[in-house]
Design a protein around this ligand. Structure first.
Ligand code: FBP
Length: 309
């Protein structure tokens, strides 16, 4: 597979990394309508685990079928499709080699009690990723949870194993739990901190939520104010998160969130683009629309990332 100067430059930042990992990153960055631009759009479909089947798929019942998501990601010209083991296996033969896949190796669920702590079960392995041809594992950490230390230790081990076998690691870094207020979950100081920790843990691709201008941590707030760190606009906040992942030397993508109107998704994408982020990972906003509407919306996102809209 070819590469472009932009992609080669991105890969050059992963110094000392296994060639197999770089090959898998190259493949994701070179696939689809944004292939070669350094930008990415990924389709994540693990919401069935996180929120349950009806909340995830009733709005567009075609989504109950895992093949639907493979085909959507392929037809929309996305860079990769991310899902837990069951749905990836369910299309692994039919779609073998047609789209890079990210095997989500841990998942939360909405049936756990409030006292269980914010944590995710490990539901797949690096062996599974190799067997089904996934180019990366995907792992969620919850910075701020009382279980965060365990989750960090788990991803360090899995990342080590994955990298030794040429598989890349994508870390979903989602602040939540006992140490975080509701507003703080998306506060920009916390979001940038979560992104930074994912980079420190060795993530090759970091996924966070877009941040608000709220500052949760008093000590950090003082620094943001004293140093006049610009957090006034979404693009400025994205820029700050990009700076927080080794000054842009790690790929960072931002999640879409619950379904919303297309125009606000486009505004988010423009902010991600203008702030220097690498792209979007858009689940519910893709598969909870009809296939036609989803393809139109994803096409527009591609044009935004290409700088045409
Ligand atoms: P969405 O675009 O649907 O927000 O998907 C991104 C994602 O990270 C999924 O991988 C995950 O299932 C979901 O968000 C979790 O959302 P939340 O934490 O808001 O329940």
């Amino acid at each position: 597979m070819k590469s472009t100067p932009i992609v080669k430059e991105i890969l050059s930042h992963y110094e000392g990394e296994a060639p197999g990992v770089k090959a898998n990153l190259n493949r994701m960055l070179m696939t689809g309508k944004l292939g070669g631009t350094g930008k990415m759009i990924i389709l994540p479909v693990d919401q069935g685990f996180e929120h349950g089947p009806a909340r995830s798929f009733a709005a567009n019942p075609a989504g109950y079928d895992p093949h639907y998501h493979y085909q959507l990601a392929i037809d929309a010209g996305l860079n990769a499709y991310a899902a837990p083991l069951g749905p990836l296996e369910a299309g692994a033969d039919t779609f073998a080699g047609q789209i890079p896949t990210i095997l989500k190796v841990n998942s939360a669920n909405s049936l756990m009690s409030d006292t269980a702590g914010k944590n995710q079960a490990i539901t797949a392995s690096v062996d599974d990723a190799l067997r089904i041809g996934a180019g990366a594992i995907g792992f969620t950490i919850y910075p701020g949870s009382d279980m965060a230390v365990d989750m960090m230790e788990e991803i360090v081990e899995m990342r080590k194993e994955a990298a030794s076998r040429g598989i890349a690691s994508v870390v979903w870094s989602y602040p939540r739990g006992e140490g975080i207020t509701k507003e703080g979950e998306t506060g920009i100081d916390v979001a940038a901190y979560a992104a930074h920790m994912a980079a420190l843990l060795g993530a090759h691709i970091i996924k966070i939520k877009l941040g608000t201008d709220h500052l949760m941590l008093p000590e950090a707030k003082k620094v943001y104010e004293d140093q006049n760190i610009d957090i006034a606009t979404q693009a400025a906040r994205v820029k700050h998160c990009v700076q927080s992942v080794f000054n842009g030397k790690r790929i960072i993508v931002f999640s879409g969130g619950a379904k919303k109107d297309a125009d606000s998704l486009y505004d988010d994408a423009r902010a991600i683009r203008d702030g220097g982020g690498n792209g979007s990972i858009v689940g519910r906003n893709s598969f909870q629309r009809s296939r036609t509407d989803a393809l139109d919306m994803l096409d527009k996102l591609v044009e935004i990332y290409k700088g045409n809209a």
